[in-house]
Write a protein that binds this ligand. Structure first.
Ligand SMILES: [Zn+2]
Length: 159
């Protein structure tokens, strides 16, 4: 191997930085340059390009949860459904991970269950505690696979 600075043959040359130029130097010439770390240089732009390629996914579902509301007599429904299933308040509370006193308060109408609790109760008791706040007209298809006419539909919703 030949030293790029003095031109002497040397057993082993080392990469060094001489005034900004990368040169292979023999040990005797090493003092003229800075030793270069052999690690590959990180391309500075790579992180930036990855970042910009990933589109920021911001989905604001502001209206989710606003189209349904707890039914006004939910305490009654819960109590009836619980009794039907022959569950005690303790048992129901245990099943949904809530305290017995919470169940009691909900059934007495002293506490409005959070959506999360209400959903757990719904699942546990196989009941429906939510009603739609407003009907959003969906596409009226000309085919009624259920066999119901629109009039039947309105009647059944009218109850
Ligand atoms: Zn040299």
């Amino acid at each position: 191997m030949q030293c790029e600075l003095c031109g002497n043959e040397c057993f082993k040359c080392y990469p060094s930085n001489v005034d900004g130029v990368r040169m292979m130097l023999c040990p005797g010439c090493m003092k003229y340059g800075k030793n270069i770390n052999e690690k590959k240089e990180i391309i500075p732009n790579i992180n930036q390009s990855i970042k910009t390629s990933i589109k920021r996914k911001i989905v604001k579902d502001v209206y989710v949860g606003m189209d349904k509301e707890l039914v006004s007599n939910c305490s009654e429904i819960i109590k009836n459904a619980r009794l039907k299933k022959e569950l005690s308040r303790e048992e129901l509370g245990f099943k949904i991970g809530e305290r017995t006193v919470t169940i009691a308060k909900i059934e007495n109408g002293d506490l409005r269950p959070s959506d999360k609790i209400a959903e757990k109760i719904e699942k546990e008791l196989s009941i429906s505690l939510f009603e739609k706040v407003k009907e959003i007209p969906t596409k009226i298809s000309s085919t009624h696979s259920s066999g119901l006419t629109l009039g039947d539909f309105i009647k059944s919703e009218d109850k």
